[in-house]
Structures are given as structure tokens and as C-alpha cells.
Design a protein around this ligand. Structure first.
Ligand code: T3D
Length: 264
């Protein structure tokens, strides 16, 4: 399907989504938000896709909410309901990334601000270019961190650093993001696409069903006690043990050959 502000490329089992609203650093317009939701929903149920890459066109990854959309109503003296806007938009978009039953790699090509940071945090891997930077810019316009940032950021880098970034809105560069664990890898700008694709290609050859279940378990057990988590693991392991991937993994090990996982 052709979109206005999103480019979808397929290379075998890897799908790459490129946010394409570069004049505003891929700010999340209503169009881009809706297109991301549509594309991610389709990829979630497409068994031929076994890994997803999310990146941006131009010099931005994503500058968060499209502030241009607020100009007309604010100048008219209207105050739109931002809570309703979140419930209809980002609150539906973010779970499509976190709950994607296959790995999602954010290839952060430039600045990520506001909900753009949340978008990166909702992905499973964050590979950043040396040109990337990060700002929880919400506070600079009198807003609170949203789109899951209040949960996803502390879970990733700890509460003290999260609060510092959230309360100051300070922009940090790629090296600092790596140091505090906000991203897991920093690469030269011209190597970003190939590094992210090569990671996604490697992930796409692994047992997709088990990876989907692993993501789900990490989400579910985050709020459980040990006994609850042990039981959840047992029932998920029963599911994993019934997959073709598990059978192939064990047989390949016993036959001393590399496995070929069918992804189910
Ligand atoms: O409001 C709601 O709907 C509720 C939900 C809120 C969730 C949020 O995400 S709130 C946070 C929103 N985002 C921001 O506040 C970030 C705003 N942008 C910036 O602070 C800076 O642009 C950056 C730090 C991201 C990058 O700075 P820089 O100097 O590299 O670029 P620039 O020159 O500021 O931006 C380039 C263009 O993109 C510029 O347009 P122009 O002058 O070339 O015509 C700029 O206005 C535009 N732009 C950047 N961010 C946004 C944007 N246009 C609309 N919305 C943006 N978020």
C-alpha cells in the first residue's frame, strides 16, 4: 500500500518503515501516525515478515508531536483535548511496536524529540547514528512525557537519569545516549542502514515465535512477583515447546548442523 508520509520496503523477511515527513524532522502528524498504525498492524499479522526496522528520512528520526497542527486552534483561542488526542493516536501506536510479535529495530538516523524518543523506546533495539540526538522536549512546551516514556524510559535507563532528562528536556548526543544505555549501538551515519538491516536480517533467521513470546513475557512479568513469573514462564514454555522452531533447534543440535528455523 502506498502512503503519503511513510515508505515501506520489504527485503525478504525484513520490513523497513521509513517515516517520511522530513521538512518537520518526521514530526508525528495525524497522517504519519495513522499510516504507522496501519503498516504496523499489517506487519504484525504477516507471517512472511520476521523482523522490522523503523527509521526516518532526512536529518531527523522523529521530532515528536506535530506542533504545527496546534497553531490554528491555539491562535483561535481553542484548547484541544490533548488527552483525547493521545488516546486516539499515540496510545494505540506505541503498543503496536511493543507488542509486535517479532523483533523491531529502531535505526535512529538523527534527532529524536518528545514522542519521537518514546517511539524509539518502544522498539526492541536502538541502533543510533553518530548524528543522532535525544531530547525529552515535552517539558520545554509545558507538557509531561507521554507515549509510554514514563514507563519505558526508567525501565531502560533507570529513574534518576530519566527524571533528569524529563525535567530538563536537555538534548544529549549519541555518545551520551550510549553511555547511559538509551541506545545499544552507535555507528557512523553512512553505516546505519546496513548495520540495522544486518541486525534485523540476523534476527529474522532466529525462532520468531519464541522471540515474540519472550517479548510478551518481559512485558507481563515486569509487574509480577517471582512465583507468578515462574508460572507464566511455564505456560509460555509449553507454547514454545510445541513450535516447529523448537523441534528444528533440538534436532539440528543433535545432528550437529546449523538450524533452519521456519519461524513458527
Ligand atoms: O501536542 C500534543 O499533541 C500532545 C502530545 C505531545 C507529544 C510530544 O511529542 S510533545 C513534544 C513535541 N516536540 C517538540 O517539542 C520538539 C520540537 N522541535 C525541537 O525542539 C527542535 O526542532 C529539535 C530539537 C527537534 C531539532 O532542532 P533543530 O535545530 O535541529 O531543527 P529545527 O530547525 O528546530 O527544525 C527543523 C524544522 O522542523 C523547522 O521547520 P522550518 O523552520 O524549517 O520550517 C521546525 O519548525 C520543524 N519542526 C521540528 N520539530 C517539529 C517541527 N514542526 C512541527 N512539529 C515539531 N515537533
Amino acid at each position: 500500500m502506498a502512503y503519503e508520509q511513510l515508505i515501506v520496503d520489504r527485503d525478504g523477511p525484513v520490513a523497513t518503515l521509513r517515516m517520511n515527513n522530513p521538512n518537520v524532522l518526521n514530526a508525528l502528524s495525524r497522517t504519519l501516525t495513522a499510516e504507522l498504525m496501519d503498516a504496523l498492524s499489517g506487519l504484525a499479522s504477516d507471517a512472511a515478515v520476521r523482523a522490522v526496522v523503523l527509521t526516518g528520512e532526512g536529518r531527523g528520526f522523529c521530532a515528536g508531536a506535530d506542533l504545527g497542527a496546534l497553531e490554528a486552534p491555539y491562535r483561535r483561542g481553542e484548547r484541544p483535548d490533548l488527552g483525547g488526542f493521545l488516546r486516539d493516536g499515540y496510545n494505540r501506536l506505541i503498543p503496536l511496536l511493543t507488542d509486535m510479535p517479532k523483533p523491531v529495530v529502531a535505526a535512529i538516523n538523527g534527532v529524536a524529540a518528545g514522542a519521537g524518543v518514546s517511539l524509539a523506546l518502544a522498539c526492541d533495539f536502538r541502533v543510533a547514528s553518530e548524528a543522532s540526538s535525544f531530547s525529552l522536549a515535552f517539558v520545554k512546551i509545558g507538557l509531561i512525557p507521554d507515549s509510554g516514556a514514563t514507563v519505558l524510559l526508567p525501565r531502560t535507563i533507570g529513574s534518576a537519569r530519566s527524571l533528569q532528562l524529563a525535567l530538563t528536556g536537555d538534548r544529549i548526543d549519541a555518545a551520551e545516549a550510549l553511555r547511559i544505555g538509551l541506545v545499544t549501538m552507535v555507528v557512523p551515519s553512512d553505516a546505519l542502514a546496513s548495520e540495522a538491516t544486518s541486525l534485523a536480517t540476523r534476527l529474522a533467521a532466529l525462532p520468531t515465535a519464541a522471540m515474540g513470546m519472550t517479548k510478551r513475557l518481559f512485558r507481563e512479568t515486569a509487574t509480577m512477583d517471582l512465583r507468578g513469573a515462574l508460572e507464566r514462564e511455564a505456560s509460555a514454555q509449553a507454547e514454545a515447546g510445541a513450535t516447529e522452531d523448537h523441534l528444528e533447534g533440538v534436532l539440528a543440535f543433535l545432528e550437529k548442523r546449523p538450524p533452519t528455523f521456519p519461524g513458527r
